[in-house]
Design a protein around this ligand. Structure first.
Ligand SMILES: Nc1nc2c(c(CN[C@H]3C=C[C@H](O)[C@@H]3O)cn2[C@@H]2O[C@H](COP(=O)(O)O)[C@@H](O)[C@H]2O)c(=O)[nH]1
Length: 365
């Protein structure tokens, strides 16, 4: 038996001694993200939740979501998001969420990385979506998985063309993005017949199952960290991929998931920022000072894990409060999250941020 194979006999002895039955293969898949978020919340000392702020935020958020008729359909309303519901849309969303990380710049608004397309300048997340749409317009098959592992055709220079900036600053972590495409292309080729649809179908309409498949097979989706001596799962891009699929396809076909409520908020750098502004989160003085002085945190630092884990848990408490007040509400963490991201971008556009977002350079978010 090789080192990395579990000693099944020992395992079954252990389970018996602990009074646990054999693992039930028919049990529905779980991601463990929410329970890990609660563990992080219970062990955080630099990030705290304000219960009154969270209750007030739940009322304000639900009110705004109702007024704006926020639903899964809102996803496709964004001018850059794909409108079709076919395999090309599935491939677009996979490509987008494979690269959906780290757009923030150290430079000022005028010089920071931006994509120009259809006479408009796009920054942040939207710069990625615009770059993919522009590449397709220029007949570059950037959303085709088999293209990514073809080093003759999908050259580094071609990718630089895809992400060419309207300013002097290039897209952050360019080489990491190239590596993600190469890795995903190779794994899809080897294990899923080069097909994103085959990967999705392997999950048999389970959202948690699809998240776990991504974390198991694709290292670049395996957003897991050590916190207080325990491995914790955040899985932001794996989860937002499932959520974008569900929203774009309006819960049908490849977007149909019987357990979509198992998807949590996506731990990025924008939701903590808006949760602080809404009075839901408070920071220890050293952490708040670090954030206000725009000093980056290192990836995997305890402060970063606390920010991400407590944000996931806060959205769960906001969701529970909305349901408590409105038992018939159709709401989940995905829609609350999507709303808060869009709302944060409005606050930023109006220059009304009350605190900067935290800064980490990583491929996880
Ligand atoms: N939690 C959460 N994080 C999100 C999004 C989105 C965009 N989702 C669209 C789809 C449906 C919604 O209606 C949105 O229109 C991007 N991000 C993350 O933010 C960061 C980029 O920030 P900035 O540089 O300022 O654009 C980066 O980590 C990116 O991964 C979201 O929805 N939720």
């Amino acid at each position: 038996m090789s080192d990395d194979e579990p000693d099944l006999e020992l395992l079954s002895l252990l389970r018996k001694s602990l009074g646990l039955g054999p693992p039930d293969p028919s049990a529905p898949p779980e991601t463990k993200v929410l329970q890990d978020a609660e563990f992080i919340y219970n062990n955080s000392i630099d990030v705290a939740l304000d219960m009154r702020g969270t209750k007030n935020a739940a009322i304000a958020i639900w009110d705004q979501m109702q007024q704006r008729e926020y639903s899964a359909k809102t996803w496709s309303d964004h001018e850059l998001h794909p409108k079709s519901k076919d395999e090309s849309a599935v491939n677009f969303i996979f490509t987008m969420d494979l690269l959906n990380f780290c757009f923030w710049s150290e430079k000022g608004r005028e010089e920071s990385f931006a994509i120009e397309w259809k006479g408009k300048r796009w920054t942040g997340y939207w710069s990625l979506v615009a770059a993919l749409q522009r590449a397709l317009d220029e007949n570059i098959p950037i959303t085709t998985p088999t293209f990514w592992s073809n080093e003759e055709e999908c050259t580094e220079d071609l990718l630089r063309t895809v992400f060419r900036s309207a300013t002097s600053e290039e897209i952050p972590l360019f080489s990491d993005r190239l590596a993600c495409l190469r890795e995903a292309g190779q794994i899809l080729d080897e294990e899923f017949d080069g097909s994103v649809v085959a990967l999705i179908e392997d999950a048999e309409h389970s959202a948690a199952g699809l998240v776990n498949l991504l974390a198991e097979h694709f290292p670049c989706f395996r957003d897991e960290h050590m916190f207080e001596g325990r491995k914790v799962r955040i899985l932001k891009r794996a989860q937002i991929f499932v959520a974008d699929l569900w929203a774009a396809l309006e819960g049908e076909g490849w977007g149909e998931f019987g357990d979509i409520e198992k998807i949590t908020m996506f731990a990025d750098y924008r939701i903590p920022q808006i949760l602080y502004s809404l009075g839901c989160l408070t920071y220890s003085p050293p952490l708040e000072s670090r954030i206000r002085h725009l000093i980056p945190l290192e990836s995997g630092h305890s402060w970063e894990v606390q920010l991400r884990g407590c944000s996931i848990w806060t959205i769960e408490l906001i969701r529970r409060e909305i349901i408590r007040l409105h038992p018939t509400a159709t709401v989940n963490a995905i829609l609350i999250d999507f709303f808060l991201y869009d709302f944060m971008k409005e606050v930023e556009r109006d220059g009304e941020e009350s605190i900067p977002h935290h800064r980490v350079r990583s491929v996880w978010y």
